[in-house]
Design a protein around this ligand. Sequence first.
Ligand SMILES: [Zn+2]
Length: 187
Amino acid sequence: MSLRTLAIGAASVALLATPLLAPTAVAATDSSALRTTTVYYDTSGAPTFRDAIRAGAANWNAAVRNVQLKESSSGATLRYTEGNDSRGSYANTNGHGRGTIFIDYTQAKQYDKVRITAHETGHALGLPDHYSGPCSELMSGGGPGTSCHNSRPNSAEAARVEQNWANGLTVDYAPSRIYADSFPVLR
Ligand SMILES: [Zn+2]
């Protein structure tokens, strides 16, 4: 049996063992990461940015352990969409894995696409904007300008997300809010 088969088997067992949860909402991924919560995301509404979304998610997955992002075409709690909106990109999220992220075409032409998607995903993981931060900070968004191509969270941002997800989904849900204009459109 390959490692991959073992991992899939473990995930199936975890799903069977948690029948009260929505089937694709959350599952412990394997016995070595019992505290890991999986957030499933859907890119079908943002085909232009699928690669950027995946790259941004991979950056988060490499930086944190308590939560991992995984693409799924069904049952996702986090959805990405795309289009033209004068308000720019935004994340409408409860900060704990649920919500909708909108990527604006104009912003995506001006700013690093992966930085945008990773930044907006940061909102869905519980981080607020901090526009005055340096390029090395992901949540500084468009603050450092269009020349900033960093798409990885710094250690402080990763630590905060780890803390946000230390108890999995056992949190008091805040109402969803919209984090808008993260990357101001230049005119
Ligand atoms: Zn933002």
